[in-house]
Write a protein that binds this ligand. Structure first.
Ligand code: NAP
Length: 275
């Protein structure tokens, strides 16, 4: 069962998951804040695995809507974990690099201490802690900088802006790992098939700044738009972003899963976008 099947990752999971019977649900089918309804749909479908990709993901809006952020991202996730526990389903929960403060200068390991700086990050960090209490054997898959053709994402925004502007200013002092929804979906499916439990970090391999990512996106389409590096201070946003959120691949490598480089993933995304 995929909860959040109508989202960016959910759509990739729905198209990549073969061999097994898959039930995909969006918020119209079940609001995860409704514990009774969550139990009802889970008990009815009786899935072997639940992948919980449903979340309130607008990081900036979370700052002004903390009730919604905690209601969906933490309390909703706990409802799903309790339903999984009652029905015997296994659970894989999607979490985020925002659980970290971004103050490290070497890649984050799965066991590094959480220290979220935003409402969204706190809602995900508290969800992780509660889920490990309710269902200690669950799998927490943290990802970052998600992009894909199934919804709004950074490369899509850059391409739309680049088509109409001669130059773009993009922050160069935040470093992370882009993640293609298709590659993330494949890794998640693999983790479920391998009965994974505990925390895993899943991103494409390599890292970059948003500026470097944007430059590669524009280059990949042959547009002449100039991409200029700026600082986060020049582009202030309501929610603070981790300055450094590069993930170590070790937690994933223990399952024998290797992720393609983000540059390769970007090429495939641009091709998929054209089709
Ligand atoms: N995007 C990123 O860069 C990023 C980075 C790190 C981690 N993540 C995590 O990865 C997961 C997938 O992200 P995404 O970008 O694919 O998300 P998304 O495109 O924003 O999709 C969110 C999904 O959650 C569903 N949803 C929202 N509120 C709900 C509720 N109250 N009850 C039930 N379903 C609800 C939506 O359903 P409807 O569309 O039907 O309303 C949609 O299917 C999330 O857990 C997110 O926190 C994302």
């Amino acid at each position: 069962m995929i909860l959040g099947a109508t989202g960016l990752l959910g759509k990739a999971l729905m198209s990549e998951w073969s061999r097994d019977e898959v039930v995909g649900l969006g918020s119209r089918d079940v609001d995860i804040r409704d514990a009774d309804k969550v139990y009802e749909v889970v008990a009815k479908a009786s899935p072997g695995w639940i992948v919980l990709a449903a979340a309130y993901t607008n990081v900036d809006e979370c700052e002004s809507h903390p009730d919604l952020a905690f209601g969906v991202n933490r309390d909703g996730a706990v409802n799903v974990a309790k339903a999984a526990k009652r029905t015997g389903a296994k659970l894989l929960f999607l979490s985020s690099d925002y659980v970290f403060d971004g103050k490290k200068s070497s890649p984050y390991e799965a066991g590094d201490a959480r220290n979220p700086q935003s409402v969204y990050g706190r809602s995900k960090a508290e969800a992780e802690i509660r889920l490990l209490e309710v269902l200690p054997e669950c799998c927490i898959a943290r990802t970052s900088w998600l992009f894909g053709t199934g919804g709004k994402c950074f490369p899509d925004t850059i391409l739309k802006l680049a088509a109409t502007r001669p130059a773009l200013d993009v922050v160069n002092d935040q470093r992370g790992c882009p993640t293609y929804s298709v590659d993330l979906a494949r890794a998640i499916i693999e983790l479920c098939r391998k009965s994974a439990s505990g925390i895993a970090h899943i991103t494409n391999s390599g890292d970059c700044s948003w500026f470097e990512f944007a430059r590669e996106i524009v280059k990949g389409t042959g547009l002449a738009t100039e991409v200029r590096p700026v600082s986060s201070q020049q582009m202030a946003r309501p929610a603070p972003r981790p300055a450094y959120s590069v993930f170590s691949p070790k937690s994933l490598q223990q399952y024998g899963i290797a992720m393609p480089a983000w540059q390769d993933a970007l090429k495939r995304y641009l091709q998929e976008r054209k089709n």
